[in-house]
Design a protein. Structure first.
Lengths: 204, 177
């Protein structure tokens, strides 16, 4: 379903046709909405966040969601955590941001702590070891699939500079095991410089 | 209590710093987590790291919660909360301020350029993550085969990733891996 289509069954005349958010959600509503999408979010929360914020609550249009996500994606750190803070604070200032952040991180953190306690207690049991060995192999596979999906736009653009940077970072971190800062502190300005030059050349 | 050597303090310093360099999200920071938690600080063994990665993927919530598991192993519940907040709060605060700045100076094209510039770096980092976890997890030919089948399924189909993880767990339970 295209994300910008209006649901056909809401014909009530009092619903405004503009894209602007309706009533700004309360702090508690923000906490609950983010807690719900986070606890439902197996294998990444992004898809659930989009569904909840854009389609279910209609607090944001699809374009606003994409813009906000792009902002949170270029900043470091867990993107969806950044998004919760930015989103919540747009409606209710800092308390709203903290409420969305706590909803997103708090409840699943409790779940994970329970799993951590179980792992600490039963982690040496043979059957569990075997199950986790299988899950980690599959999890690596999911990561590889994700990497190839992210690579497709580079392939389509024949972005040679991008590929070179990608391989250098992969080798420095994955093979040489250099510290993250030591690699990114030079790599980030170099990459930004190259991207800027290529765009500037493409324009002129 | 010596602050310098206290394990919770070490968690806060480690993940607080990592938070600001985790370009491309939590999965891109996995090699750095492995380097510090396994090689430098000896908080976990290689095998435990692969387990923790698997549990984090199986759990609901953002992938960043792998740091909760590492923190729990180091210093219990307090360590888990400290590690999670250290990894999430600095970057969330940064996001809040950058959002405010960008809203005031509208039509800035820098975010788009920076984002485009960071994409190849994130992919390289995630490739390194896959390599680091694979070196701990993929010890047999069957395991490597399972990884490739999972990758192909996740790439080519819209299957919910959770099913792929659970299928991997079931195969592991049978003792094939």
């Amino acid at each position: 379903m295209p994300s910008d289509s209006r649901p056909a069954n809401v014909a009530a005349p009092d619903i405004p046709t503009s894209d602007s958010p309706k009533d700004p959600p309360s702090v508690i509503a923000l906490f609950l909405a983010f807690a719900k999408m986070s606890l439902a979010g197996f294998g990444g929360v992004l898809a659930f966040a989009r569904r909840a914020l854009v389609e279910e609550h209609r607090w944001m249009t699809a374009e606003e969601f994409n813009e906000t996500y792009a902002l949170c994606h270029f900043l470091p750190g867990p993107n969806i955590v950044n998004l919760s803070m930015v989103f919540g604070s747009r409606f209710r200032g800092i308390p709203g941001g903290i409420a969305a952040f706590c909803g997103l991180v708090g409840p699943p953190m409790v779940v994970v702590m329970i799993l951590a306690a179980l792992y600490a207690r039963f982690g040496e049991i043979d059957a569990l070891r075997r199950v986790l060995a299988g899950v980690s192999c599959a999890a690596v596979g999911l990561l590889i699939a994700n990497i190839f999906k992210m690579m497709m736009p580079l392939v389509r653009r024949r972005d040679i500079a991008g590929f070179l940077l990608m391989i250098v970072v992969f080798a420095a971190i994955g093979l040489l095991r250099l510290p993250l800062q030591a690699v990114l502190l030079p790599a980030i300005p170099i990459s930004i410089g190259i991207t800027f030059l290529l765009r500037w050349r493409a324009q002129s | 209590m010596n602050l310098e050597t206290h394990p919770v303090w070490a968690l806060v310093i480690t993940f607080g710093m990592m938070s600001l360099f985790a370009v491309g999200g939590a999965n891109a920071a996995v090699p750095e987590m492995h380097r510090i938690a396994v090689d430098v600080r000896h908080w976990l063994t290689d095998k435990q790291f692969a387990d923790v990665f698997a549990i984090a993927q199986l759990s609901p919530g953002p992938n960043v919660l792998i740091v909760t598991l590492i923190g729990y192993g180091v210093a219990g519940v307090f360590g888990a909360v400290a590690a999670t907040l250290a990894m999430c709060v600095p970057t969330a605060v940064l996001a809040y301020y950058v959002n405010g700045i960008l809203k005031r100076s509208s039509a800035s094209r820098w975010p788009a350029i920076i984002q485009a510039a960071l994409v190849p770096l994130s992919i390289g980092l995630m490739g390194a993550s896959a390599l680091v976890v694979a070196q701990a997890a993929d010890r047999t030919w069957v395991a490597i085969l399972l990884t490739f089948v999972a990758a192909a399924l996740a790439f080519a189909t819209k299957l919910n990733p959770l099913w792929i993880l659970l299928a991997g767990g079931c195969l592991g339970f049978t003792g094939l891996i």
